[in-house]
Write a protein that binds this ligand. Structure first.
Ligand SMILES: Cc1cc2nc3c(=O)[nH]c(=O)nc-3n(C[C@H](O)[C@H](O)[C@H](O)COP(=O)(O)OP(=O)(O)OC[C@H]3O[C@@H](n4cnc5c(N)ncnc54)[C@H](O)[C@@H]3O)c2cc1C
Length: 415
């Protein structure tokens, strides 16, 4: 449909939904943004804040199937499983691990690059001139390694990154501490990639974008979407716990919680929560000059408004279980090994849910001819790819042809 006067409901006010709402509004749509709790109350609150364009290599790399059991039983590796959840997880896990081969890894990496590659430009296009602009900081993205051997052990991932145009500059030996004094002796090589960025408060950023949307005439409704009204197969309203919201198009952008709503529309999306954790060290004694992936501990460290945020861990345990203590303890241990002299006043702890489809590609596109567009399933790159995703779905709804092939992201692969 190409008409410019559209009434659109956007479900979920994380980074993806808020981005979609703003781009729809800028194209002239009448937009209602709906969230059951409030903007940035889901995963978009607690992420590592990194606009990680070069994080386009999926977790499912060749050899994972052989390595996974060792990772799981290694108390020093940030992979956790709640064993009581295994029967529920097993069908998804089988599908997920099937992609751990060279051909699929390369295909998925190409697909993710289409969403992540120009992240900084997309965030600037979204936020510049708005109250959210101050949160976006251009920077390099650093990968901190124990030594060159550890870097070379990651050569498969770096080969794919180089093919996608991400060439690192290397800092080695004592030059590491001259460049970044916060690192202890465990880090002896930095691989620095230009053209990245970070946000200084992921929650504050998304809330500021939502405020911008409302200030520009958009409507925010706090309610829980339960179902859809379709007439002749086309959306006519979303049904919430507060009543009906009429619309002629909708965006389903409720992160990991999109699955039950997608089920109602005939999609059977194999999606799990990859639970992740963060600790914010308030008033830290070190200040990092750029965000890092600390590869030995597999956590990211980002200097934020409220302190040094260290985020990571993959835990499988579903959406209901409370946060566990062991992942926090592991992050604390790894942070201590990495930033040996770090002191702080207090800490904040958080656990959230990465929306993880089994094939590691987000769902972006229209479900059949319903007028309902999916925009979810961004795993560990949702902050990075949220603005681009929002812009793409807004374009689809408003009849602007996208400038990339959206076939790899089609939700109809799960119809
Ligand atoms: C520890 C950790 C670190 C991470 N670090 C990074 C990083 O550095 N860079 C990066 O790019 N990504 C990172 N990620 C991933 C990123 O945070 C997510 O991919 C992203 O936040 C997903 O955004 P979203 O908008 O899809 O979902 P969410 O932010 O989860 O938003 C979904 C919203 O939908 C609402 N909702 C749910 N159901 C309903 C309903 N039925 N009706 C109404 N509203 C509903 C919820 O309240 C919520 O506000 C990290 C994730 C974790 C866990």
């Amino acid at each position: 449909m190409t008409t410019r006067h559209r009434k659109v409901a956007v479900i979920g006010a994380g980074i993806v939904g808020v981005s979609a709402a703003i781009w729809l509004q800028r194209s002239g749509a009448d937009v209602t943004l709906i969230d059951r709790t409030g903007p940035a109350s889901g995963t978009s609150y607690g992420n590592g804040g990194i606009l990680a364009s070069c994080s386009m290599v999926p977790v499912t790399t060749p050899g994972l199937v052989v390595k996974a059991p060792g990772m799981l039983f290694n108390p020093d590796f940030p992979l956790f499983l709640r064993w009581s959840y295994l029967p529920k997880l097993a069908p998804w896990l089988r599908k997920y691990l099937k992609h751990a081969n060279d051909k699929d890894t390369r295909r998925i990496a190409r697909g993710l690059t289409g969403i992540t590659g120009d992240s900084l430009e997309q965030h600037l296009a979204l936020a510049t001139g708005t109250v959210a602009e101050r949160f976006v900081k251009p920077s390099e993205y650093g990968f901190a390694y124990a030594d060159r051997a550890a870097f070379e052990a990651d050569s498969y991932v770096w080969e794919l990154r180089r093919e996608a145009g991400f060439e690192p500059d290397m800092v080695e030996g004592e030059a590491v501490r001259e460049d970044e004094p916060g690192f202890g002796r465990a880090v002896n090589l930095l691989a620095l990639v230009k053209g990245h960025g970070f946000v200084t408060s992921p929650g504050g950023y998304v809330q500021a974008l939502a405020k911008e949307f409302e200030n520009s005439g958009g409507t925010f409704v706090k309610s829980e979407v339960k179902a859809f009204d379709l007439q002749d197969g086309q959306i006519s309203a979303v049904l919430t716990d507060q009543g009906k919201i009429q619309c002629d198009a909708a965006v389903l952008s409720s992160g990991v919680w999109s699955k039950p709503l997608a089920d109602r529309l005939g999609l059977n999306v194999p999606m799990e929560s990859e639970r992740g954790y963060h600790i914010v060290f308030r008033n830290p004694s070190i200040a990092l000059s750029r965000p890092y992936m600390v590869t030995a501990g597999k956590f990211v460290a980002t200097q934020m408004e409220d302190g040094l945020r260290c985020a990571g861990v993959v835990e499988f345990g579903g959406l209901e279980a409370e946060a566990a203590e062991a992942p926090f303890n592991l992050i604390r241990k790894k942070v201590h090994e990495t930033f040996t002299d770090l002191t702080w006043d207090t800490t904040d702890e958080w656990m959230g849910h990465r929306p993880a489809p089994a094939d590691s590609l987000p769902l972006i596109g229209e479900i059949g001819r319903t007028g309902i567009h999916t925009a979810f399933g961004h795993h560990h790159i949702g902050l990075t790819g949220g603005p681009k995703t929002g812009r793409l779905v807004a374009g689809l709804i408003m009849g602007d042809a996208p400038n990339i092939d959206l076939q790899p992201y089609s939700p109809n692969r799960f119809a």
